[in-house]
Write a protein that binds this ligand. Structure first.
Ligand SMILES: Cc1cc2nc3c(=O)[nH]c(=O)nc-3n(C[C@H](O)[C@H](O)[C@H](O)COP(=O)(O)OP(=O)(O)OC[C@H]3O[C@@H](n4cnc5c(N)ncnc54)[C@H](O)[C@@H]3O)c2cc1C
Length: 333
């Protein structure tokens, strides 16, 4: 049996020093992802540094507008925060569309962003998986493929990123605050996760030992509204097949600002910037949305098992943008 120690961090800087110095150490927060991986034998640290008691559990106003969300704020508390519900609706909706009430009470903001893929082969230590064991091969290429990526995948990995929160935070241009051995740095959410390329074992652009201390939500432009549409096999307690976080502002019927981010389609939240550029300045109608989404999907590569994701992402995007443009309060409630 492998020995495992567990210690509570008393301050962020010493937690960073401890984990940075020990390649076998890692952080644990709510534990709802990591503890599963310990049980499955697919995470094998010898030292857990628990950040759950650090004073990083508050949501505060930023000078100049916006919110600073501490890394250990629970998913339930973030979803219920009145300013998040009102000004960052996509974030609140994404959280409430994820997991279950009990898990949301346990799961933290940083832990959610840094959870690992749900690819069945990654979670099964008896199968080859380049993400779990670099160089061993990718069982998903020839195996069960319904959840696989259709954008940005590589021959080494076709896994998708599972976090609903990450998709919504990308749509509101959130910034992740990270503390490392050399001090603090700020990472735009869209640059936190990476595509697999030939190093799928690296999910993010964080170095070993870097601690997420907060996520900042910048003030949103006047008149912009956001939402989150998630499609899944069951009405609750299921990961996204495809999801869409969208934010929209229109003036005199034309799009002046739009953000579209897709979940369930790639190894990271997928910012549909080709589609966004196609829509800005245009009247928002079904044909314009279809053309914009199709322009983005030109880069997609599907199999028989994943081809269904393309019509799903078209319809989910159209639904999200239409709800926002018609300001249908009932649909958005
Ligand atoms: C049955 C089930 C269903 C689920 N359904 C969904 C769903 O539909 N949508 C969804 O988005 N999620 C879903 N989840 C995932 C769940 O949301 C995550 O397990 C949870 O958000 C992880 O947060 P945590 O605090 O428990 O992380 P932990 O398990 O503590 O940590 C996760 C990872 O983050 C690292 N970490 C934690 N905090 C920090 C930090 N501050 N800095 C650096 N690294 C850190 C840890 O080292 C670990 O690698 C589901 C989980 C379960 C078990």
């Amino acid at each position: 049996m492998r020995e495992l120690t567990h210690e509570f961090a008393t301050d962020a800087a010493s937690a960073v020093a401890t984990v940075t110095a020990d390649p076998d150490a890692c952080y644990v927060a709510g534990g709802s992802n990591l503890v599963d991986h310990l049980k499955l034998g697919i995470a094998t640290p010898s030292r857990l540094v628990d950040v759950g008691r650090l004073p990083l559990d508050t949501i505060t106003d930023l000078p100049g507008g916006g919110l600073r969300v501490g890394a250990t704020v629970r998913n339930s508390d973030l979803a219920a925060h009145p300013v998040v519900r009102e000004r960052y609706a996509a974030v609140s909706r994404a959280l409430l569309a994820g997991a279950s009430g009990q898990i949301r009470n346990q799961a933290t903001t940083a832990g959610n962003l840094l959870q690992r893929t749900r690819c069945v082969y990654f979670q099964d230590a008896t199968t080859p998986c380049n993400k779990r064991e670099p160089g061993s091969g990718c069982s998903a290429l020839e195996g069960y493929g319904r959840y696989n990526a259709v954008l940005g995948q590589s021959s080494a990995c076709v896994a998708t990123h599972p976090s609903d929160l990450a998709v919504a935070l990308a749509a509101v241009d959130a910034v992740v605050v990270v503390l490392g051995a050399d001090g603090e740095r700020r990472v735009p959410l869209g640059e936190l996760h990476r595509l697999p390329d030939d190093e799928p074992e690296r999910d993010t652009t964080l170095a070993h030992g870097e601690l997420v201390t907060a996520v900042e939500l910048p003030p949103q432009p006047d008149g912009i509204r956001s939402t989150y549409v998630k499609t899944r096999d069951r009405a609750s307690y299921a990961f996204a097949l495809v999801s869409v976080a969208a934010a929209l502002r229109t003036e005199q019927g034309r799009v002046t600002d739009v953000r579209i981010v897709w979940g369930g389609v790639a190894h990271r939240p997928w910012r549909a910037d080709v589609a966004e550029r196609a829509l800005v300045g245009e009247p928002l109608g079904g044909e314009a949305i279809r053309a914009a989404v199709d322009a983005e999907l030109e880069a997609a590569r599907t199999t028989d098992e994943t081809a269904y994701k393309l019509p799903l992402v078209r319809r989910a995007t159209a639904l999200a943008l239409t709800q926002l443009s018609t300001r249908d309060e009932e649909a958005l409630a």
